[in-house]
Each structure stands twice: as structure tokens, then as C-alpha cells.
Design a protein around this ligand. Structure first.
Ligand SMILES: [Ca+2]
Length: 515
């Protein structure tokens, strides 16, 4: 292990040169036209490739928009872009419960929160939650099949990792600088920046295990709050004013729950994070200062992730592993970056619901494609098992994306996505409807967001806030992509509402979710 990490280490400490053949191949991929794609398909129809290595890259609170391959106007993510250019980017990928620990548990198990047991962040009153140990998980199954398995970085589940031969994890949320890590059960202080250290652990594992099938969970704390970049990136974007989202000054008209969600407003909840907040600012100046700072730091932290991902991809190239390694890039949940005047996640609204999802596997997947079919975080485990040619356990509720990745999606591929957020659901216990509908009733911190569930189709979204007086929202995402006009209860929409409600109840039944 290299313990010499410095916060200000040079941006390219790993070998960056590659054999000429790797460069030629990537260039060839970029130049693939229709004829090239046909040749690719012919190649994919050949003999079965060797069993692939698995590299799961998971960030924390990164939005689907925070990638230059997704059209971000300011942030440059050349490493994620490489994966997208050499693989498939899912443009409609969603989490199923927009929160850290539940998202991680869903990726491990292929199950919804109410099945794997982690509904909240396992903190405070939710601290008794445990991942159901009887469930099959991706690392356990791969390990049983002979893979060497490892987990490096953020874990955030309330019990020790299982199914991994090696693990080096941040305790809980972890910290960015000189963090404590738990190495196979032993606590040890590391020197440096968490994103760099996590990468060094990952590279060490790859160097030592390149000769056998491996599965590496490479999971970053970044860009989670307090959104702290490496000092070498701290000045990025300093010379620009970050553009304000269209919904920055949302008045929450027609959305009562959103109006009540004051703790989601960054000027209310983030002021304490910034000791260098200038004095004597008026409220609007203060609000804008905090927005500029938090949104820039968040993107700077993603910059560090992308830079480090580049070192990992370079290593796969240099080692000759790239062709036979499935690389899946995602985040545990989406995030509000000032939309609706908010930070954080939780709500089923689009910025929080959407996650980045990019997969590269040169042996089977045609490069440079954007896939618009719906993918969910519960699809990750079944997909990676399927690509490893292992059976998918019945308990997994997601579906393998393999056929979708190969451009031959099943005719019955999902047209609806089910979402359910629970944190604070314990606050409902023992409270009748009368108490919950009392205007003075509030869910507890953090964020005071009550439990809700919903269905998203390719055009509409119906949300049921069942903990707050049976409040509903209906959005037409085609006419109202920013979800500003709640159509629920409007004349002429009874049939649509009934259809979506039926779909929601059908999905609850399908997944066994009863609140
Ligand atoms: Ca998260």
C-alpha cells in the first residue's frame, strides 16, 4: 500500500503511457460507423468470451447530469466519457429510494429497500435496520463462483461487509482528509484525500489480482456533503458565476409538501458548513454565495473522481485487462443541485431520481451508444451476474440488462418504474391519521421528508405521500419537465390518474411493498 498520498499530489501520479495497440483500438472505436457496428455484431456472435472481471464504480450523490458525455456545459469528465464512448450510457436510469445506504444495498442485492431491509440511512431512529443476511448478494455469488472479491472506499451499511475477500472501507460516511479506514476489520489512519486513497487501495488490489477473475467494488465518498474537493481542484470554476437552475426560485405553487421542505433549502441547512461566509450579506446575496460555493465544490469533487477513474482505466489498458473487464459506473442516488432551491435528494423528483449509469464491456457491448430504455439500480446485480454467466437468484427483483446492452431488448421491457422512500417512516408508528394531518406535525430531521412512493412512466409521474394526509402529485414530464405543475385532481385527468394509480398498486403488488 502506498501511504504517501498528499492532498496536493500531482494530478497524474500513475503511468499514463499505453501500448500503441490500446490507443489504436480506442481510436478505431471512435471511428466506428455503420459498417463498423455491423462488424462488431459479427464479432459478438463468435465464440463465448472468457468470464469477465467485474469493476463496479460507485460515487455518492453524483447526478446523472454531472458528466460531460451527458451534455454538461461546464464540467469535464473525460474518464467517464471514455466509458460512454466505449460502452453504453443509460439516459433513463433511476434509483429506487434516493438515499445512500438503501441505494448501496439495492446494488448489492438487486432488491427494493423493503426487501433488503435498509429503508433509511441506518442512523438515529433507523439504526436498528440491518441488511437481510439471508439474501444472496452480488459479491457472495461471484465469490462462490471463484472470483476474488474486494470492496474499497465507502460502504455505509450498518454491518461489516460480507462476500469480500478483502475490504478497506471508510467508517460510516467517512471524512475527506486523512481519513480513518477499516482494513479487513482493523482501523487505521491514512494520510491524504479520500478519493485518492480509495484509488490506491483499488490499484493495489488490481495489481495483485490481475491474473484471476476478480470483482472490485470501487466506491467513492465523493461528492457527498460537505462536498470537499482536493486542494489541487479547489480553484476550478473560480472565475465563473455558476448558472442558476431554471427552478432556483421555485415558489412551490401547487406542491404543498415541497413548500414545507424548508430543510432542503441550502441557504437554511448549509450555512453552518461555511465558516468563511462573508459577513454583512443581505439574504439574497447570502443565498447566492452559498449556492455558488456548494455547487462548485460538488463539481470539483466529481472532477477528482473522474481523474482517479482515469488512473484505473489506464491500468486496465496497460495490463491488457480492459477487453475482459466489465466496468459499470453509477452513483448511489441522484441529487438536487439548486433545482427547486434545494440540495440533497430523497424526493422522487427527477434530479434526485436519476442516476448516472454507464457500462463498458468490449467483448459483448457495441460502443458509443445511448440507451433510452428504463434501467434501475436493482438491475445492477442481476446484470453483472448475467454477464459473468451465473444464474440470477429468484429473490433478485431487478432484471438483467444484458439483452438491452446488446441492442436486442425483450419486448416486455419495463415501461414503468417504481420508487419508494421510507426514511422517517418510523415517525408514523403509533400516530393516527388525525395526528399526521395536524398542521403542526413534522417529520424529523434530517430534512423532514415524509415517506412517499410513486410510479414513473416514460411521460408521467404519480407520487403518493401516504404519510401526510394522503397527498398526491401528478406531473406530465413531457409538458412540464421540471415538475412545477401538480396536475392531480384537475378536471379531465380522471382516466389518466386511475390508470397510473392502478399501475402503482400493481407495482406494489409485484414487488411486495405495503408501506
Ligand atoms: Ca448518496
Amino acid at each position: 500500500m502506498d501511504f504517501t498520498n498528499s492532498w496536493d499530489r500531482p494530478t497524474a501520479p500513475k503511468p499514463r503511457s499505453r501500448p500503441a495497440s490500446r490507443i489504436s483500438r480506442r481510436q478505431a472505436l471512435r471511428n466506428l460507423g455503420q459498417a463498423g457496428a455491423a462488424a462488431w455484431l459479427t464479432r459478438c456472435a463468435g465464440p463465448q468470451p472468457p468470464r469477465p472481471n467485474i469493476l463496479l464504480v460507485m460515487t455518492d450523490d453524483q447526478t446523472a447530469a454531472q458528466m460531460s458525455c451527458a451534455g454538461h456545459p461546464l464540467l469535464q469528465t473525460p474518464s467517464i466519457d471514455r466509458l460512454a464512448a466505449e460502452g453504453v450510457r443509460f439516459s433513463e436510469a433511476f434509483c429506487t429510494n434516493s438515499l445512500c445506504a438503501p441505494g448501496r444495498a439495492s446494488a448489492l442485492t438487486g432488491c427494493y429497500s423493503h426487501v433488503h431491509g435498509i429503508r433509511g440511512n441506518s442512523e438515529g431512529r433507523d439504526s436498528t435496520e440491518r441488511l437481510d443476511p439471508s439474501l444472496p448478494t452480488l459479491p457472495k455469488l461471484l465469490r462462490q463462483a471463484g472470483y476474488k472479491t474486494a470492496l474499497m472506499g465507502k460502504w455505509h451499511l450498518p454491518q461489516e461487509p460480507e462476500g469480500f475477500d478483502e475490504w478497506s472501507i471508510l467508517p460510516g460516511q467517512g471524512v475527506y482528509f486523512d481519513p480513518e479506514f477499516i482494513l479487513n476489520g482493523q482501523r487505521t489512519r491514512q494520510r491524504g484525500y479520500a478519493t485518492d486513497i480509495t484509488t490506491d487501495f483499488a490499484l493495489d488490489f488490481l495489481r495483485q489480482n490481475r491474473g484471476q477473475p476478480f470483482c472490485l467494488f470501487y466506491q467513492h465518498k465523493a461528492p457527498h456533503r460537505p462536498f470537499t474537493p482536493a486542494p489541487r481542484h479547489a480553484k476550478l470554476f473560480d472565475d465563473i458565476e455558476w448558472p442558476y437552475p431554471e427552478t432556483y426560485n421555485d415558489d412551490y405553487a401547487t406542491r404543498e409538501i415541497a413548500e414545507q421542505a424548508e430543510d432542503m433549502r441550502f441557504e437554511i441547512s448549509l450555512e453552518g458548513d461555511y465558516g468563511d461566509l462573508p459577513p454583512n450579506l443581505d439574504p439574497e446575496e447570502k443565498r447566492n454565495w452559498i449556492f455558488q460555493r456548494f455547487v462548485k465544490d460538488h463539481h470539483r469533487a466529481v472532477y477528482g473522481v473522474d481523474e482517479n477513474l482515469g488512473h484505473i482505466l489506464d491500468f486496465l489498458d496497460i495490463s491488457g485487462l480492459a477487453e475482459d473487464t466489465v466496468v459499470l459506473y453509477t452513483s448511489d442516488n441522484g441529487y438536487f443541485m439548486g433545482e427547486h432551491g434545494w440540495y440533497d435528494k430523497r424526493f422522487m423528483y427527477e434530479p434526485s431520481l436519476r442516476i448516472p449509469l454507464v457500462l463498458r464491456y468490449p467483448r459483448l457491448v457495441e460502443p458509443n451508444r445511448v440507451e433510452p430504455r428504463m434501467a434501475l439500480n436493482i438491475d445492477i446485480a442481476p446484470t453483472l451476474l448475467d454477464l459473468a454467466r451465473l444464474p440470477i437468484p429468484e429473490q433478485m427483483q431487478g432484471r438483467s440488462l444484458r439483452a438491452v446492452l446488446q441492442g436486442d431488448p425483450p419486448a416486455d421491457w419495463r415501461q414503468t418504474a417504481f420508487y419508494s422512500y421510507y426514511e422517517n417512516s418510523w415517525a408514523l408508528a403509533g400516530l393516527g391519521a388525525e395526528a399526521r394531518s395536524d398542521p403542526s406535525f413534522q417529520y424529523f430531521t434530517p430534512h423532514r421528508i415524509g415517506p412517499h412512493r410513486g410510479v414513473r412512466t416514460t411521460r408521467h409521474k404519480l407520487i403518493e405521500y401516504y404519510g401526510e394526509g394522503n397527498y398526491w402529485e401528478l406531473f406530465d414530464l413531457q409538458q412540464d419537465p421540471h415538475e412545477l405543475v401538480n396536475l392531480y385532481g384537475q378536471p379531465g385527468l380522471q382516466d389518466l390518474t386511475a390508470q397510473l394509480t392502478q399501475q402503482l398498486r400493481g407495482l406494489q403488488k409485484q414487488y411486495g411493498e405495503n408501506g
